[in-house]
Write a protein that binds this ligand. Structure first.
Ligand code: ZN
Length: 362
């Protein structure tokens, strides 16, 4: 599957399909339904989060022959042309590649003419903070006295770089990074539609790696589909992402509880041979401790093998280890030292905590 196919195919076509931005969707819906439209909207947020997708969707809502509407029909001329990227009344500019004053001037001059076929002339400027100072002035002039038929849709990853004079004339929406849960849910919807089999936990791993970005998540999902041969499993994804499989992490904890340094260090060596990222292993180890602690707290069910104090101690050592791992000469060495430290901090005072065989070893 060619890259970015999923991202294009699953770009939101209506507000219902926009994920993770309920407040913004609500505000835009209200504006469209009440007909109280602003002449300039600014969408900010980290890369790959869906700013330009949202701007294009708004352009469609404004331009649809059935509109302005919250639910563009998707098959009239403006809807189709916007989807194909060739609608004459939607002018798209990527300021990251077009920062020359003449370009902006040329664009702003064309703004004075009425739209060719639609209701509005819509100017979408991506990465607007990268416009030159002169271009900003040209933009500002138009923003100060915008012709009635013009709507600006601005997008940026760095709104703080925009002059206040521009900011104050825009309705500013900040897109939130997507939670792993929202991304997982989105991916599972897509895979079901695409008839691809998957394990839900595998999607959680992909979502976590995407770190809040829909675009990164979808391109990763595409790689995973290709790699997994249409059956997305935790093991395959762990292999692809260089993650420690959950089994290895459990073995590390088991060996620790048995005070079995040989087994623990063997697991670490095997992980190193697979080329895993040990900061991910540490994260997975901490997640496992967190799950155990939650389980104990909620079920008031203290396991004989591991007291709440012991979990807290391990968690604290692991937490400090995150910093040390980055400073160690290499990751494996750092992780081994951390593991040996965990082994060294067996809670002597808590006799009930240690099985007879383990006690003998002390
Ligand atoms: Zn339409």
């Amino acid at each position: 599957m060619p890259s970015h196919v999923l991202a294009r195919k699953w770009r939101p076509q209506s507000f219902i399909e926009v994920i993770g931005q309920p407040a913004i969707v609500q505000a835009l819906t209200h504006a469209l339904e009440s007909g109280r439209l602003h002449h300039a909207y600014l969408f900010s947020g980290t890369r790959g989060i869906g700013k330009t997708s949202l701007a294009r969707l708004l352009a469609k809502c404004l331009s649809c022959e059935q509109g302005p509407t919250v639910t563009p029909c998707g098959h009239c001329n403006p809807c189709l042309a916007i989807a194909q990227g060739n609608y004459l009344d939607l002018l798209e500019i990527d300021a990251a590649s077009r920062t020359k004053v003449e370009d902006t001037r040329e664009l702003l001059e064309s703004v004075q003419y009425p739209p060719i076929m639609g209701r509005y002339k819509i100017i979408l400027i991506d990465e607007v903070h990268m416009l030159s100072g002169h271009s900003f002035n040209a933009l500002l002039k138009t923003l100060e006295e915008p012709p009635k038929h013009v709507i600006f849709l601005l997008a940026t990853t760095e709104p703080e770089k925009l002059p206040n004079t521009v900011l104050s004339r825009c309705l500013h929406f900040t897109l939130k990074p997507l939670s792993s849960e929202a991304l997982s849910h989105h991916f599972s919807h897509i895979l079901q539609q695409e008839n691809i089999v998957f394990e839900p936990n595998a999607l959680a791993l992909i979502a976590k790696s995407a770190r809040g970005s829909v675009r990164d998540g979808l391109s990763l999902l595409e790689r995973c589909i290709a790699f997994c041969d249409d059956n997305i499993t935790v093991d395959k994804i762990s292999e692809l992402l260089g993650l420690a499989d959950s089994h290895s992490v459990q073995l590390l904890l088991d060996a620790l509880l048995q005070n079995d340094a040989v087994s623990g260090l063997t697991v670490i060596r095997q992980l190193a041979e697979k080329g895993v990222d040990f900061s991910e292993v540490l994260e997975a180890f901490m997640t496992l401790l967190h799950q155990l602690a939650l389980q104990q707290a909620l079920e008031k069910n203290n396991s004989a093998a591991m007291s709440p104090e012991r979990i807290q101690l391990y968690y604290q050592i692991a937490l400090m280890g995150r910093r040390d791992l980055a400073l160690a000469p290499d990751q494996q060495m750092g992780f081994e030292m951390l593991y040996i430290r965990l082994l060294a901090f067996q809670p002597w005072q808590d006799d009930s905590d240690i099985s007879p065989t383990v006690k003998k070893n002390f």
